[in-house]
Design a protein around this ligand. Structure first.
Ligand code: ZN
Length: 479
């Protein structure tokens, strides 16, 4: 008999759960039971030895428990804190120029094409599908200056069930591709419209984010007014900062009255506890202190920083200054839309910094795993909702099956027979280093339906993506 009337649980899982906490970068919980409520919240996560007590407390029968296979495990969904949805159109190409030339030659002309809703629909559908396949359950997207296309991006992320911040890009300065900019008035008016249209939709997991592109493409008036819009509506803010030496020099010249790059944003109310700034490779200790004091975050995008030869972010220094930090793919300055790639590149960049005696140690893979999950959730202000498997948070998870067909990693005869915690950690480590793509697939049984799935009308019931490992493949665009 149940102890008290209790709404029925939607799912009960038994198996291995791997996640991060602030005290442990990678915790392996073997043979645990996790219950998920109808609304998708984690109701309990305890050792299986507690089954009898939990069954009484939460009114479930043993036959309702879904048992994971010995080699399967859950991990939190990956959080991409910085990605440009329109640039997915040329991801993997056009990486032969440094930032400012790259923007002018490839990026602005491509983004201009998103005035076409049809073009936007094709690319935005593919980028959301692709990032979900890669295990990104939460993404912080830049759109373009086109409000209707950005609204469509929000609609598509909602339809697919991905959690997202979506931004309509604001820029009222662009001398190199002058057809790709707005007037200050247009930019502000359209931002107001964008925000109110999204809020009206009342999406459960998709929110608007105020998005000045970067200081070089925004007037002081525009930045200041966007800061006010964010404050009035209690909105998140995203932009770029201190990515490339030429960019920093240009900011100095354009804004001589400010102390440094951070000061330009800070004086215009754009550095808040809801701000996430991409890159920050060259931020001084004083600037990092401003980030910490305001509660602003950094999105570390190592693939992009390497591909566009922008620089190296010293993550250990950022952490020393107690600044919140997550990882981002920065498609298409970063050529990969996979957060597993961002994990690998973060470790490599950290290794390079220690090889060059900038640091005396490197980040461990476990620490970087935490940045890609819990760290990202904190950077986006979502750490009370997602990021790990704490009771009360949403069950936002990836189910990993390393034995799936065409898996890019191999399990060996001796695997999973020793210390299971160490073995699982090792398997996850192999998964993270493998050139993997991850994709959601339809739940096998009607009794266990994480989400309803068909390519024409995907509806995720929970932000929980069941994934297999898949060998490399690519997406082709028409037109
Ligand atoms: Zn970017």
């Amino acid at each position: 008999m149940c102890a008290a009337p209790m709404p029925p649980l939607a799912h009960i899982f038994r198996g291995t759960f791997i996640h991060s906490t602030w005290t442990c970068p990678m915790e392996v919980l073997r043979d645990h039971l996790l219950g998920v409520s109808e609304s998708g919240k984690i109701m309990f996560l305890e050792e299986s030895s507690q089954e009898e007590r939990l069954a009484k407390e939460f009114c479930f029968k043993p036959c309702e428990i879904r048992e994971l296979s010995h080699h399967e495990f859950f991990m939190p969904g990956l959080v991409d804190t910085h990605i440009h949805a329109p640039q997915y159109y040329f991801a993997g190409s056009n990486l032969d120029l440094p930032l400012l030339e790259w923007l002018t030659t490839y990026t602005y002309p491509t983004e201009l094409r998103f005035q076409s809703i049809d073009f936007a629909e094709e690319v935005y559908t593919k980028v959301v599908r692709r990032t979900l396949k890669n295990g990104t359950t939460t993404a912080c997207y830049f759109g373009t200056i086109h409000t209707d296309s950005a609204l469509l991006l929000a609609e598509i992320t909602d339809k697919f069930g991905q959690r997202a911040f979506v931004g309509k890009v604001c820029m009222d300065m662009n001398n190199t591709v002058p057809e790709y900019k707005e007037t200050t008035e247009e930019s502000l008016k359209e931002t107001e419209r964008f925000v109110s249209e999204i809020l009206k939709k009342n999406y459960s997991r998709v929110k608007p984010i105020v998005t000045p592109r970067f200081a070089l493409s925004c007037s002081e008036t525009l930045m200041g007014e966007l800061g006010k819009i964010a404050k009035t509506n209690d909105l998140h803010i995203q932009s770029h900062i201190s990515e490339n030496p030429d960019e920093i020099e240009a900011v100095k010249k354009l804004f001589p009255g400010y102390k440094h790059y951070t000061d330009v944003y800070d004086k215009n109310d754009l550095i808040t506890n809801k701000t996430v700034m991409a890159h920050g490779c060259y931020l001084s200790a004083e600037e990092l202190d401003i980030f910490r004091d305001r509660g602003a975050s950094i999105a570390h995008c190592p693939n992009s920083n390497l591909s566009l030869t922008s620089g190296f972010l010293n993550v250990l220094e950022v952490l020393k200054h107690e600044v919140k930090i997550g990882l981002g793919t920065d498609v298409a300055g970063g050529y990969s839309s996979s957060m597993f790639d961002a994990i690998r590149k973060t470790v490599i960049v950290s290794n390079i910094l220690s090889m060059n005696n900038v640091n005396t140690k490197s980040l461990t893979l476990k620490e970087v795993f935490r940045l890609a999950t819990l760290g990202g959730s904190q950077a986006l202000g979502l750490d009370k909702e997602i990021g790990n498997f704490e009771v009360g948070k949403e069950f936002d998870a990836l189910l990993i099956n390393p034995k799936a067909s065409d898996s890019p990693i191999d399990l060996f005869y001796g695997d999973l027979v020793g210390d299971i915690s160490e073995e699982m950690t090792e398997i996850l480590r192999r998964c993270m280093w493998a050139e993997s793509k991850w994709f959601p697939f339809q739940a096998q049984s009607k009794a266990f339906s994480i989400y309803e799935f068909s390519w024409d009308n995907v509806v995720l019931r929970l932000p929980c993506v069941q994934v297999e490992l898949e060998s490399q493949n690519s997406t082709l665009f028409l037109g």
